[in-house]
Design a protein around this ligand. Structure first.
Ligand SMILES: Nc1ncnc2c1ncn2[C@@H]1O[C@H](COP(=O)(O)OP(=O)(O)OP(=O)(O)O)[C@@H](O)[C@H]1O
Ligand SMILES: [Mg+2]
Length: 425
């Protein structure tokens, strides 16, 4: 039981002064007799026996002598945060509102208070009363003259009812909050499911198309090689423009071939027979060199912090892994495009069986609301033509197809993209 529950607040609304004294005596006696009981219990059982009966029966009894005054006191008490839990209301209180009018008004403006209407036998019948105030469980009727025990029992159980009502309300509110939270979570999960099922369908489609294109692309490249060889045998002045055209076909076909390969990687198709062993440091140096040659922004400062990488060997498709790192470096480059400090840091760390390649940049942060989505295929914050939104998803697929992973780590606003790959031990 809480502290508040120890104190029951009762309002007596009656035009007769003597009635107020009667109520105060009844409830005063209750408190007094309980204090005595407490004292006795403590004497017999020791000070530790504080199962305090006064905790249960402690009443504050206030008075109002007219219906209107009582109504106002009930509203004021509620406003001040010390509401009355119940009221005894006399039926006849000339010259102002009678008991029924008072109760009608209180029922309208206070949803909690419990009331007892005190009537004489000659007053209204129960059905009359119900006809006036409606059928409610918040108003009980007692007939005069009162019995002291009845009054105490009524007060006890009605105050208890008031507290139970509050607890039930709080529980309902709590449940509503929980339900709202859960509904939000379910909605989010549904959205994610929808997105991933859409992605899965697109993946299957893309995989099918890539398979269909892969062979003709390889054949096309083969023929281009053949034609190139034959063109070389032609006299110099005859083959110049032809050579250029064939070179153009070869470059375009190669680009298409890479796109198809990317798609196959994206849907998880990977030829493990292409995997070879190589040193992490050589691989990173070669990749950074490709990046530096192709990037137009010459102010970028690429810092390397390799740990032990001379000795670190990984197995994989060198070209694909290079492409994975290039995607991360290009993202870093875009992130620092507008910032004064243009630093990209490439670190390696080793754990027991893995190497971590960590790429950090000093550029724009990744907002909380998109962190979950950046690895989704076709998610981009870049303008049309600048970003397709596939860099991170392709990079992650490459890492995963090498039994590794790619993740984003954010500590104190600093972002690191971490590629983890198994070491060849
Ligand atoms: N280093 C980074 N700093 C800040 N934001 C980043 C970084 N890397 C990725 N992002 C965010 O993640 C989004 C998705 O990146 P992702 O590489 O998949 O696609 P993209 O760079 O937009 O386009 P694409 O790589 O296909 O050209 C980016 O649009 C950007 O908002
Ligand atoms: Mg990108």
């Amino acid at each position: 039981m809480t502290d508040n529950e120890n104190l029951k607040r009762i309002l007596v609304i009656d035009d007769q002064k003597s009635i107020h004294e009667d109520f105060k005596t009844i409830f005063g006696e209750v408190s007094e007799s309980d204090k005595e009981l407490d004292l006795m219990a403590q004497q017999i059982l020791g000070a530790g026996s504080k199962k305090n009966s006064t905790e249960i029966f402690k009443y504050v009894v206030d008075s109002a002598f007219q219906g209107q005054e009582g109504y106002q006191k009930i509203l004021d008490a509620k406003k001040s945060g010390n509401p009355y839990h119940m009221a005894f209301v006399d039926m006849r209180m000339p010259p102002g509102w009678d008991g029924l009018e008072t109760i009608e008004k209180v029922l309208k403006d206070d949803n909690d208070i419990q009331m007892v209407i005190c009537t004489a036998y000659s007053d209204h019948s129960v059905s009359d009363i119900e006809a006036r105030i409606g059928i409610t469980d918040r108003v009980l009727i007692i007939k005069k003259p009162f019995d002291k025990v009845e009054i105490i029992q009524l007060a006890k159980s009605l105050c208890e009812k008031w507290f139970l009502l509050q607890k039930a309300r709080m529980k309902v509110e709590e449940m509503e909050t929980i339900i709202q939270q859960r509904s939000k979570e379910i909605e989010e999960i549904q959205k994610q499911l929808y997105r991933s099922s859409k992605m899965a369908a697109m993946g299957t489609l893309a995989g099918g198309v890539a398979h269909e294109l892969n062979n003709p692309m390889a054949i096309l490249l083969g023929y281009v090689g053949e034609v190139e060889k034959n063109v070389k045998t032609l006299p110099i002045n005859e083959n110049n423009s032809l050579k250029k055209a064939i070179e153009g076909i070869r470059v375009s076909a190669k680009r298409m071939y890479i796109v198809v390969k990317e798609l196959l990687t994206f849907v998880g198709e990977n030829q493990k027979e292409d995997f070879i062993d190589f040193k992490v440091c050589d691989f990173l140096d070669a990749t950074i060199s490709v990046f530096s040659k192709t990037t137009l922004d010459k102010d970028i400062n690429v810092i390397k912090e390799y740990t032990n990488s001379e000795k670190l060997i990984i197995k994989g498709d060198n070209l694909q892994l290079q492409e994975m790192i290039l995607h991360l470096l290009n993202n870093a480059k875009d992130a620092i495009a507008q910032t004064p400090i243009k630093t990209i840091l490439i670190k390696t760390l080793t754990t027991d069986k893995n190497v971590q390649i960590i790429i950090e940049d000093s550029g724009t942060p990744i907002n909380e609301d998109i962190r979950e989505r950046i690895f989704e295929p076709y998610f981009t914050t870049k303008s049309v033509g600048k970003g397709k939104g596939i860099g991170l998803s392709v990079a992650r697929n490459i890492a995963r197809s090498h039994s590794g992973d790619l993740s984003l780590d954010l500590v104190d606003g600093k972002k690191s993209f971490i590629v983890s790959l198994p070491l060849t031990l």
